[in-house]
Design a protein around this ligand. Structure first.
Ligand SMILES: Cc1cc2nc3c(=O)[nH]c(=O)nc-3n(C[C@H](O)[C@H](O)[C@H](O)COP(=O)(O)OP(=O)(O)OC[C@H]3O[C@@H](n4cnc5c(N)ncnc54)[C@H](O)[C@@H]3O)c2cc1C
Length: 528
């Protein structure tokens, strides 16, 4: 242990704590992470990450390793008992962030890659094998008491404390407030296997990624990532009424369930465990210096593969806000926007996950037949759309309505800028970004606006301007068409890649003025 006083103390070193430690470490913040276990949790839960998370992790120094430890997702097909397709989610489609919508990972391998990246952050101290047993806060800071197996105790302090401490979070209990139960609950046996040499999904005859909505035994069949050239696959079987976790976790039972799909000659069992899938949302995500992120704030059924992704989004939303506060560019009122922005977003993802859960968790054949008919006749309710940001520090029209396009994710593209080529995030950098088409509007913004923009770290990408090596261009030609669809020639993108708002070139000065008004209202550029 090197010291006891930090910018931020994190409790929990699961994937969300790791991601937040990496983001804060990349900013050079001093961070203490307290994790009760010395070894990483060995059992994979998450199997996929979406394009936004891929971009976030890449932007935090993992761009080289991610292609080595992940693979693009196939189409995600939902079948009825007769193997007729009910619905399909196009995970192969080109995403707004570049690359496929979804990539598959082996969670322990992903977690190792993130923690290897954290190990390279000199300002992050890991307290592994230390459990947080007590916490408190006052005007001066937050404080935790940690205890190790040998009974030793230490006290750490931080300006902020973030509970990334999972579904049974003690920070959530300390913050207080209700936990809304959205009412979905189902027990599933999760089995991970390793394909033996020469075995493929073709030889097994299973869909690349599918939900087999057979009421006799609702079953999930998905990739579970790769490691050292070895392929992991996952089966999940819903427990039927009367079945207990204990009987389902018997090895003989596991092989019995798998026998329709794979034999011991074809696959090696890696693990099997019964999980209860639930849908819970904390009502309070912050109390003073205490904040929640990840499963501590929300859990959802895994049918959309979004639990960990949502937690990493929490971390990314919080990290830039903590950065502005710790640099003295914002008061901690900015943290009020954290829950305002993240909660409705994750709430909609919970709805989407429950929608999918209700399609498959249907053990009654009569109900399943009704469901099949509704999908066949096109009368089944459509899945809720994948959300964008709808609340918080976003551009609003004079009517008070959210401005068209505000809150969407901005496209990520390859660019030429500053005499270099590469991904926008790497070449132009991270932070707020003003992207304009055909003109650099800086000369028309005025000294005061430019000074304030400089203070929040605004970056500029005046696309289609300059000559030769000094040209700014979008090598993928996706930004300009995207902006045109919204009638924009200027757009401000937030550090978390969500769009603050957009305007014509003529409206750029007014857009910047609104932006500055909104950031001031959120506590940015206000004296701390
Ligand atoms: C079967 C299944 C499949 C899933 N598939 C996906 C998927 O494909 N994609 C996806 O995005 N998500 C998926 N999820 C969800 C995902 O696994 C979780 O959302 C994610 O792992 C939560 O991460 P976390 O860091 O918030 O919490 P956790 O991983 O639970 O980590 C919390 C950490 O805090 C530590 N801790 C707790 N209390 C203390 C204390 N007092 N002191 C010190 N340390 C403490 C714990 O030891 C633990 O290491 C799936 C979940 C399941 C069950």
């Amino acid at each position: 242990m090197s010291k006891n006083s930090y910018d931020v103390v994190l409790i929990g070193y699961g994937p969300v704590g790791q991601a937040l430690a990496l983001m804060l470490g990349q900013q050079g913040r001093s961070v203490a992470v307290c994790e009760r276990w010395v070894e990483r949790y060995p059992l994979p839960r998450a199997v996929c990450i979406d394009h936004e998370i891929y971009r976030i992790l890449s932007a935090n120094g993992m761009g080289a390793v991610l292609p080595e430890i992940s693979h693009p997702g196939p189409a995600y097909q939902w079948f009825n008992a007769a193997w007729e397709e009910l619905l399909v989610i196009d995970w192969q489609a080109e995403s707004i962030s570049g690359g496929t919508e979804v990539n598959f990972v082996h969670q322990p391998t992903l977690e190792k890659a993130i923690s290897d990246a954290v190990d390279r952050q000199k300002s992050v101290d890991l307290y592994k094998g230390w459990e947080v047993v007590e916490m408190g806060q006052d005007d001066a800071g937050a404080r935790v008491v940690i205890r190790n197996d040998a009974g030793g105790t230490e006290t750490l302090t931080g300006r902020y404390l973030v509970g990334c401490d999972g579904a049974n979070s003690i920070v959530r209990k300390e913050i207080g407030g209700a936990q809304e139960d959205r009412g979905f609950e189902a027990d599933w046996l999760v089995i991970d296997v390793l394909l033996k040499d020469g075995v493929t999904i073709e030889t097994l005859g299973v869909p690349p990624a599918g939900q087999y909505c057979n009421p006799l035994r609702p079953t999930t069949i998905v990739p579970a990532g790769v490691r050292d050239g070895k392929t992991f696959r996952r089966w999940e079987f819903m427990l039927l009424p009367g079945e207990s976790a204990a009987e389902m976790e018997e090895e003989a039972r596991v092989w019995d369930l798998l026998k329709e799909w794979a034999t011991p000659e074809q696959v090696e069992l890696v693990r099997y465990k019964v999980y209860t899938f639930r849908s819970l949302l904390a009502a309070e995500w912050r109390k003073g210096r205490f904040l929640l992120a990840g499963d501590a704030a929300h859990v959802m059924p895994p049918f959309m593969g979004q639990g960990m992704c949502s937690g990493i989004r929490d971390a990314w939303n919080m990290a830039w806000k903590l950065g502005l506060i710790l640099d003295g560019h914002a008061t901690d009122a900015l943290l009020d926007t954290y829950q305002t922005e993240r909660m409705p977003h994750v709430s909609q993802i919970i709805d989407l996950s429950i929608y999918l859960g209700k399609v498959i968790c249907m053990p009654d054949p009569a109900h399943a037949a009704e469901r099949d008919r509704a999908f066949k006749e096109g009368t089944a309710p459509a899945p809720p759309p994948f959300p964008s940001l709808t609340t918080g520090m976003l551009h609003h029209a004079s009517s008070g309505e959210l401005a068209e396009g505000a809150g969407l994710l901005a496209p990520h593209v390859s660019v030429q800028a500053k005499g270099r080529t590469g991904r926008l995030d790497d070449v132009v950098g991270l932070g707020f970004m003003l992207i304009t088409n055909g003109k650099d509007v800086r000369e028309s913004l005025g000294e005061s606006a430019l000074a304030q923009l400089a203070e929040v770290g605004m970056k500029y990408f005046p696309m289609n301007t300059g000559d030769g090596v000094n040209r700014f261009s979008d090598l993928d030609t996706r930004l300009e068409p995207f902006m045109k669809t919204h009638g924009w020639e200027a757009m401000i993108v937030r550090p978390d890649f969500h769009i603050y708002g957009g305007e014509s070139l003529g409206g750029a000065t007014a857009l910047v003025a609104d932006f500055l008004k909104d950031v001031h209202a959120a506590g940015v550029l206000e004296a701390a």
